[in-house]
Design a binder for this molecule. Structure first.
Ligand code: SF4
Length: 315
């Protein structure tokens, strides 16, 4: 059981009052720290949060996640104020795909449909035909005619996994997520021996050698569903450990073990340093100051909007 500090209780009250005053909605990704998840109106993965941002009637969207997520919310809601607790909350995967080199990559592969993962900047989305998340990637790929070759970016592990699942040939941009590539195949094997019967749950951004050990592979929403649907009592979780907060709520009698990384044993090594820049204090401050706010130039917004809308039409 988590013990709530007095200061945290004050912050909860302040944030609650600001939310009512601003007519704000707080959206939080599963990788946020537990206090932020508990303060949110809606918690979800990238797809669910984009869908929620599309349908909200709040005046202010407070996005507790990383920059590309808040940017996607702004692209969908140009008339609303979109703020996030820390403007520096970026993403190693989005950073691995700068728009200039990605444009050259596309030009080197004429005739390909360009499918980009949502973990990209607005400028990369604007170069894409359609966006996907790890929840809907297979459905998105199915909308592309069989005879059209595909460029997939920026995550090469997700791309390889989806190519294998769909049987489609894809040219992959060589990006990776700093969190999901650090899990240790050797240490997960050791945990499987120590906890016989434990299921390994893995996000498809993990390396192939880790995915080969997994009993269930899927988006964060899918991993969360699995803990209630599976008869297993113990789970080794190979994704950002913020998700374990919701897993414990969904299945309080089950045991969740963070998959270890390659480095020396470290509680924080699988925590996303970008996601974890957001804190309860910064959440309060950004609502109090209505800053930092996401701004996007209208021409770029419109070019990035169409491939996002195509994704949302697929669901
Ligand atoms: S976990 Fe990886 S993909 Fe997700 S925000 Fe962090 S760096 Fe980006």
């Amino acid at each position: 059981m988590r013990v709530m500090e007095e200061g945290a209780l004050d912050l909860f009250e302040e944030i609650g009052a600001l939310k009512a005053e601003l007519n704000a909605v707080i959206l939080a990704h599963y990788y946020q720290e537990p206090d932020i998840q508990d303060m949110a109106d809606f918690i979800g993965d990238s797809l669910a949060l984009a869908q929620q941002a599309q349908r909200t009637d709040a005046d202010v969207i407070v996005f507790c996640g990383v920059h590309f997520m808040a940017e996607t919310a702004k692209i969908l809601n140009p008339g609303k104020t979109v703020i996030l607790p820390d403007l520096e909350a970026g993403c190693s995967l989005a950073d691995s795909c700068p728009p200039g080199p990605f444009k050259e990559f596309i030009e080197r592969h004429p005739g390909h449909a360009v499918v980009s993962y949502v973990n990209t900047s607005a400028a990369v989305k604007a170069l894409s035909d359609i966006i996907c998340t790890s929840s809907n990637a297979e459905k998105v790929i199915a909308t592309i005619p069989e005879d059209v070759p595909i460029i997939f970016g920026p995550d090469r592990h997700l791309g390889r996994y989806i190519a294998e699942k769909t049987g489609r040939e894809m040219v992959l941009w060589p990006g990776t997520c700093m969190v999901h590539i650090q899990f240790s195949e050797k240490k997960i094997r050791q945990l499987k021996v120590r906890y016989p019967g434990a299921e390994v749950l893995a996000h498809p951004e993990c390396e192939e050698r880790v995915l080969r050990l997994a009993d269930h592979i899927g988006s964060t929403s899918s991993l969360l569903r699995r803990v209630t649907e599976s008869p297993a009592r113990t789970f080794i979780v190979a994704t950002e450990p913020g998700i374990i907060h919701q897993m414990q709520k969904a299945a309080p009698d089950k045991t969740f073990i963070r998959a270890p990384g390659e480095g020396p044993a470290c509680e924080a090594c699988s925590e996303c340093p970008h996601m974890r820049r957001n804190t309860l204090e910064k959440l309060r401050d950004c609502m109090r100051d209505l800053s930092p706010e996401i701004e996007i130039e209208e021409d770029l917004r419109l070019r990035a909007l169409r491939p996002i809308e195509r994704m949302l039409e697929v669901g």
